[in-house]
Design a protein around this ligand. Structure first.
Ligand SMILES: Cc1cc2nc3c(=O)[nH]c(=O)nc-3n(C[C@H](O)[C@H](O)[C@H](O)COP(=O)(O)OP(=O)(O)OC[C@H]3O[C@@H](n4cnc5c(N)ncnc54)[C@H](O)[C@@H]3O)c2cc1C
Length: 383
């Protein structure tokens, strides 16, 4: 069962040195008040100036070659940077999707012109992407997307609706999965990916708000939207192979275990002040689970560093990791005896409220846990 291989990885000294640099930078950012520690900031914390400051330090596009503005630092170095950003609750949403998956999809499948256009700007922290996969009746079963692209002179015309599109109202582009050929018995055939540049007068971006009024995802409607041939990503018809490769990147990172880490830090501070010794056992349980998950997530990064595609191992870590993120919120809520309050000036009631509002999404976004378990069980039974 090699696909489940999660060998322990020892980080090289260069990665630990990088960690110290990132920590020092983040400590300064937090102390100056330029950023604030919050949970779930890889989805909700949109701060373009912060992204540019990271880009200037070479901490975005670490997987891109130097000729496209990257640093070629590798998956382990990237793991260390992302882990530190998440642990500090830093506002990284603006560049997150472009850095994690869209840029790498462009590296793998894009034309030279597409790479030159987008990758250096992504690495500078100036160009942001959205994910155009889910549709109103199609989330888990992506092969049944109904957004249609029709061949026209010089390109394609898109008609259809995407939903839950995080950050589309700020993004410069979206990689949309669309149907370019009619459905046949081979459901996965006839799909393509297109780079849709935003904003565009033919595209309506309608906010979908959380209960708190927060706005980070959208419904996106294409009304005969023109996409030139130069913005088709990869081969028309290869959309399924490409999108599954992109999903591997979307699911494999430490953001699937660390979204609520800032809440844990704040709860530990609070309980230490209160001197509540019996609760330390529960906190200890959380920390030991987190440590095991962190080692597993690092092992996934180690396999990516070796050039492998550890999709099944990533599915296992995402399933366990997102359950842990929810458990952390629930355990903390019961331990601290403080009412969640989105309007509170104090950090802990505010963080608790944000975490509670966001937590139902942890096991849904990026593919639900039921879908991940389907992937794992297919691999196990085929082995
Ligand atoms: C915070 C957040 C941000 C998101 N951002 C984006 C984004 O930027 N871009 C984007 O494209 N999408 C985004 N999504 C959408 C997300 O990927 C989908 O919600 C997810 O894939 C599930 O799809 P669905 O909501 O249509 O649920 P459905 O597919 O309708 O599933 C409903 C339920 O049925 C279960 N189910 C479905 N099929 C099966 C099956 N075969 N076997 C067992 N159980 C099954 C599911 O597990 C789930 O519990 C986001 C979602 C969230 C919550």
């Amino acid at each position: 069962m090699d696909f489940m291989n999660l060998q322990a990885v020892a980080l090289p000294e260069s990665a630990e040195q990088l960690r110290r640099e990132v920590r020092a930078f983040l400590a300064e950012e937090l102390a100056s008040g330029r950023i604030q520690m919050r949970p779930d900031q890889w989805l909700a914390g949109w701060d373009e100036e912060f992204s540019k400051r990271l880009g200037a330090r070479g901490w975005i596009g670490m997987a891109f070659p130097r000729e496209y503005g990257g640093t070629e630092a590798g998956a382990l170095a990237r793991f260390v940077v992302t882990e530190e950003l998440l642990a500090a609750g830093a506002p990284v949403a603006a560049h997150w999707i472009a850095d994690r998956q869209s840029g790498q999809a462009l590296m793998k499948f894009g034309t030279e012109e597409q790479r030159q256009t987008f990758l250096p700007a992504i690495a500078r922290g100036e160009c942001y992407f959205a994910i155009g996969m889910s549709e109103p009746d199609t989330g888990s079963d992506l092969a049944s997307v109904r957004t249609r692209a029709t061949r026209v002179e010089g390109g394609w015309e898109l008609e259809g609706t995407k939903i839950w599109t995080s950050g589309a109202h700020h993004a410069h582009a979206m990689i949309a999965l669309v149907r370019t050929e009619p459905v046949t018995e081979r459901r996965h055939a006839g799909l393509s990916q297109m780079i849709v540049e935003l904003p565009d007068p033919s595209i309506e971006i309608r906010p979908i708000r959380l209960l708190t009024g927060e706005h980070h995802f959208n419904e996106v409607v294409f009304n005969r939207t023109f996409v030139p041939d130069s913005r088709v990503l990869g081969q028309p018809g290869s959309g399924w192979m490409q999108v599954t490769s992109e999903l591997g990147l979307e699911r494999s990172g430490p953001e699937r275990i660390l979204s609520t880490f800032p809440l844990l830090v704040e709860a530990v501070r609070h309980l230490s002040r209160a001197g509540a010794t019996p609760d330390r056992v529960r906190l200890g349980e959380l920390v030991s689970r987190l440590w095991v998950l962190r080692q597993m997530s690092l092992a996934v990064a180690g396999r990516i560093e070796e050039g492998e595609d550890p999709a099944v191992a990533a599915a296992i870590v995402k399933d366990l990791g997102t359950q842990f993120e929810g458990l952390l919120v629930e355990t903390t809520r019961l331990l601290v005896d403080i009412a969640p309050d989105p309007a509170s000036e104090a950090l802990l009631p505010h963080m608790l409220s944000e975490s509670l509002i966001h937590s139902p999404a942890f096991t849904l976004r990026g593919g639900t846990n039921e879908i991940l378990r389907g992937i794992i069980s297919k691999a196990v039974t085929a082995a």
